[in-house]
Design a protein around this ligand. Structure first.
Ligand code: SF4
Length: 183
């Protein structure tokens, strides 16, 4: 399956309750041959409206971070563990993450990135399968193997956190620059 067929399947997905309130599903964005995949936990309010991940203020911060590292969205692959906007921006629930997980697994097969950047605690814990303190572990890299994928996970903060904690912008920028510099 190629990325367009994959994205079409996501756009029509009704596997979980998050399909009931969305304006549209938001599959992913960027280069399906990218070396670096950035993974968030969920679709945001503005993403739901536009149909692309990381819009609004968090998206502006991410674009600035990428620009400072010398790349754009077109040079990386942006995705989320869930693809439909949760009511009132609540966190995705475990059963919703479980039902959406096969889309992420398929993206690992299609993109086959060298490095995955886990944007925030929920994503890092989901990928690494253990408790993660982002305060203590941001900027660190970890082996990440599944049955069909071998690579590394870099841990950093959720970009959304930098919309209300401005000092995190430089931290996230340094972490993402390190991940980009490792490939
Ligand atoms: S969040 Fe994922 S599993 Fe749930 S409806 Fe959207 S695409 Fe399907």
């Amino acid at each position: 399956m190629d990325i367009d067929e994959h994205n079409d399947e996501i756009r029509s997905c009704t596997r979980c309750r998050l399909s009931e309130n969305r304006t549209q599903a938001v599959p992913n964005q960027g280069d399906p041959d990218a070396d670096v995949m950035l993974v968030g936990k969920m679709v945001g309010y503005a993403d739901d409206d536009v149909g692309l991940p990381y819009q609004g203020e968090a998206g502006n911060i991410l674009d600035h971070v990428l620009e400072n590292a010398g790349v754009t969205r077109d040079d990386v692959f942006l995705t989320n563990l869930t693809r439909c906007y949760p009511p009132e921006s609540r966190n995705p629930r475990t059963d919703e993450l479980d039902r959406c997980a096969s889309y992420f697994e398929r993206e690992l097969d299609i993109v086959d990135p060298d490095v995955i950047v886990a944007l925030g605690k929920l994503v890092a814990e989901r990928l690494l399968g253990r408790d993660v303190s982002v305060e203590e572990e941001h900027g660190t890299r970890h082996t990440y193997n599944t049955l069909t994928y071998r690579g590394e996970v870099f841990v950093t903060y959720n970009v959304g956190a930098a919309t209300y904690e401005a000092e995190l912008r430089d931290v996230i920028a340094d972490d993402i620059a390190a991940a980009l510099g490792s490939v």
